[in-house]
Write a protein that binds this ligand. Sequence first.
Ligand code: ATP
Length: 583
Amino acid sequence: MQLPVASTQVVLAYTRVLIRQHRRALARMLSVYALAAIMALIPAWVIGEITNFASKHELTSFKITIYVGTLVVSSLAYAVLTYFARRRSYVLGETVFAQLREEFLESVLALPLVEVERAGTGDLLSRTTNDMESLSRTVRFAMPEWLVAILQAILTLVAMLLVSPLASVASLVSLPFLYFSTRYYLRYATPGYRRERISYATMSGSVAETAEGARTIDAHQLGVRQSERIEDNVRESFYSEMYTLLLRMVWFPTVEGAFAIAIAVTLAWSGWLAINGHVSIGAATTVTLYVVQINDPLDRIVSWLDELQIGQTSLARLVGVSVVKDDRPLKGPEPTNETITMDNVHYAYREGHDVLNGVTLTVRPGERLAIVGPSGAGKSTIGRLLAGIDAPRIGSVRVGEVELAQMPLANLRRHVALVTQEHHIFIGTVRDNLALANPNASESDIVGALAAVDALEWVQHLPEGLATELGTTGYPITPGQAQQLALARLVLSDPHTLVLDEATAMLDPRAARHLERSLSAVLSGRTVIAIAHRLHTAHDADRVCVVIDGVVAELGTHDELVALHGEYAGLWSSWRNERPTAS
Ligand code: ATP
């Protein structure tokens, strides 16, 4: 499932708002371009005048000097004005693009996590890369060039009509060709470009998924299947590109042909008018030159239209992201206490397939609760519900009597935070990576958080300590170290309840246990819910909750559950037998 794409009306309304916000700068830019366009009209007029005088044998050296001087001055003025106009247009393009990029980023960050997971990373990735890239071309070049070309075409048309409306009529012969071919093109091009963009998104999704899941693909020998899938995606991209290419192959020659016809007909018609004395030879010359000249802006109007189509499609995909509404309220009641309760919770990822079948659980403030159970029992799902990422289908998950799903996100994260095995290191220094969780954290807070997760020593040994650059282009760190940084972030964000879903799985058991103990010292007074495969976590916890088939099968202290000789006792003894060193 892909993220939504905004409708044409929404895109037009968005564009209108954008134009309104920048109307002054736009008007200034177009005025300078208009002056430049007027300068560009002078040479054809001068040539017409010279032709008139020459045909009457009235051309004196004084007149030649004046006309040549006019040509030089107008050409210089054209160059200077174009320079300033272009400068303005680039500044405007960059300003608008920066605004679009920021707004898009805000919408992406505001996307509910569930929607991102549902849509997959490929779609979002393609919007942030391909669509952003094509929108940048539209905003920086296509849109200003297009507006300027329209302005130049209008001014040239006005100049033609001023010189001789009668001679200008012939140039209209190209209009029906232009109008009908462009209409036909636009009708088919819009869905064509949309299909092209979707095919890129699917392709990047498949490639990203294949790269991320390379090991799984290898283990299950799914390589052939995966490459067939990517081949299908490439084929779809190829055909969708072929389709738009075919449209252009029909449209461009029609447009070029229409221009050539307009020049030929104007030349013949104005020549006939001049021979028969209806217009001067100079006017016929000027009008014909203007028709040649107007071809350039008309050509640009038409060829940028193609880029504008792509830009519009991309904009629809980018604005589409902001259409996704977070169903969380912006304001909500504050919890009065820190007790977390799950009451008869049912949850299904797919309709009709409940993975939680009535979980009831109360976690007391300051308690350390370990959740254990066989694979697929629903532990991680409980973790997601406890962190308020998903809402239960039936039942309720509350903190201090307030439903988690009804709490504004910022409030929620002050109360409950989740760390899973999936963690991300951002491009930036170690300090930047940690300060994300709490921009007001002092140096000593950061050092304290690193110490709490046993990471201080190795961070101090990095080439530049806290200032070492990390991330894809930075200093490489191990998955275990990345996990420690994710936990340090959690310490800094300081929620009263932490849900740790296999959050130390990347570390070796001894290091994991040491880390959990130092973390526990820092987090005293905080509620910690740890989902764990390694049962030493359960052994160290205040209470253990055993989940089997989506229900709480056993709940009690480690000793109570061992004495019960039930599920937990079985899990514990087999785990101990596998690891004779475990205490
Ligand atoms: P493990 O110890 O292997 O992580 P778990 O006890 O944490 O397992 P969950 O991950 O909560 O179990 O999964 C519970 C059930 O829900 C499993 O049957 C799993 O296949 C299913 N499930 C989990 N995530 C999804 C998802 N995104 N879409 C559909 N089904 C899912």
